[in-house]
Design a binder for this molecule. Structure first.
Ligand code: ADP
Ligand code: MG
Length: 376
């Protein structure tokens, strides 16, 4: 499946901004991004429910951009699964086949197979109101699978389910993906869901793909400050480029210099202001002051079961350090001087200005005070 240069405006809003994206056959790709980043619009343009202003959609060599939805041979599972309340489970699942004139006996066979796939056997004659939320979601899933489309699109299908059920249905969808060899494109605003489910994640922001790759790549090697701040908890600090020489770039933190990795397409210059990102779990606390360590004062120490988070003030900035609670190095007292160490590859630097407003609730909760520390 390939989307090429796809754009969609709603009035002045550029909901999808020149997106190009290739999804390999059999791949599971998530479209991840904050609310309003264009995920639904992009998915609906692929499905044929929204007409793009420009750009093309291909399945293999077949251009499907102008085709009506029912001729695209795509399964779609919507955010609100909108089952017909007065129809039985079996009739809900078979409805699209009936409309297409598939014979009663073939329909019955396809419906039984689809129900079997999603573990709904025995519920054929129930009505949606007599099903749990998870079962209703399974009916929606069976309805999308009943014509055996090679590609299935999902728009936040698990948002209405509680955590436990959500994890169950996640596993179910992954199993279907593997067993049936389907291509799946899955919209979610939940980063953990995207990381758990996907071969690759496309992170959207303001209608554009900020980075597309395996989840660990986005997490460990973010292409932009937005990606670094969106996924997980991150310390983001102001810094300056101090040296650019022989392929190694150094930046200033506290009163020291540290090697930092810039995105491949960025050519930093000495003296240039930059921002650096460092994961809390990538930092180790040490009692020893080494040339490659950064010194600071312990602030708040927060125990949360298996891990502990220590806030460390360095000059006028603050960093979170996360470690195993069982690690003796994490047993520090407020006010103590500590030395921070990390592997050089963990320090990621960016030259483009950050957009704090674009940070989502998921990360803002955890890093709010760090961000405040930076801007104060
Ligand atoms: P997401 O699914 O990532 O939350 P959407 O694709 O729904 O984002 O929306 C992207 C942008 O387009 C948002 O700014 C949204 O307000 C706008 N938008 C979406 N649908 C419509 C519509 N039917 N009319 C006007 N604006 C819309
Ligand atoms: Mg949406």
């Amino acid at each position: 499946m390939r989307v090429e240069g796809l754009s969609k405006y709603y009035g002045d809003v550029h909901a999808v901004d020149n997106v190009t994206l290739t999804v390999e056959p059999g791949e599971f790709v998530s479209l991840l991004g904050p609310s309003g980043s264009g995920k639904t619009t992009l998915l609906m343009a692929i499905a044929g429910f929204e007409k793009p202003d420009s750009g093309e959609v291909y399945v293999g060599d077949r251009r499907i951009t102008g085709l009506p939805t029912h001729k695209r041979n795509l399964g779609v599972v919507f955010q609100r699964y909108a089952l017909f309340p007065n129809m039985t489970v079996a009739d809900n699942i078979g409805y699209a086949l009936k409309v297409r004139g598939v014979s009663r006996s073939e329909r019955a066979k396809a419906v039984a197979e689809a129900m079997d796939l999603v573990d709904l056997t025995g519920l054929a004659h129930r009505r949606p109101a007599a099903l749990s939320g998870g079962q209703q979601q399974r009916v929606a899933l069976a309805r999308a699978l009943v014509y055996r489309p090679p590609i299935v699109l999902f728009d936040e299908p698990l948002g209405a389910l509680d955590r436990k059920l959500r994890e169950q249905v996640q596993l179910e969808i992954r199993r279907l993906h593997q067993e049936l060899g389907l291509t799946m494109i899955f919209v979610t605003h939940d980063q953990e869901e995207a990381l758990v489910m996907s071969d690759r994640v496309a992170l959207l922001r303001d209608g554009r793909i900020e980075q597309f790759g395996p989840g660990h790549e986005l997490y460990d090697a973010p292409a932009t400050e937005f990606v670094a701040g969106f996924l997980g908890r991150t310390n983001i600090l102001d810094s300056t480029v101090t040296t650019v020489a022989g392929g190694q770039t150094q930046v200033a933190l506290g009163d020291r210099r540290f090697p930092a990795l810039f995105p491949a397409d960025v050519r930093p210059e000495t003296g240039q202001k930059c921002r650096v990102a460092l994961r809390p779990e990538a930092i180790r606390l040490s009692r020893n002051d080494r040339p490659a360590s950064l010194s600071g004062q312990v602030g708040e120490v927060v125990f949360s079961g298996p891990t502990t988070t220590v806030r460390v003030r360095v000059g006028d900035q603050e960093l979170m350090v996360q470690g195993l609670s069982s690690d003796p190095a994490m047993r520090v007292r407020e006010g103590a001087t500590v030395h921070l160490e990390w592997d050089p590859a963990a320090l990621r630097a960016f030259t483009s200005p950050g957009v704090p407003g674009a940070r989502t609730a998921a990360t803002a909760n955890n890093s709010q005070s760090v961000m405040e520390g930076i801007h104060s």
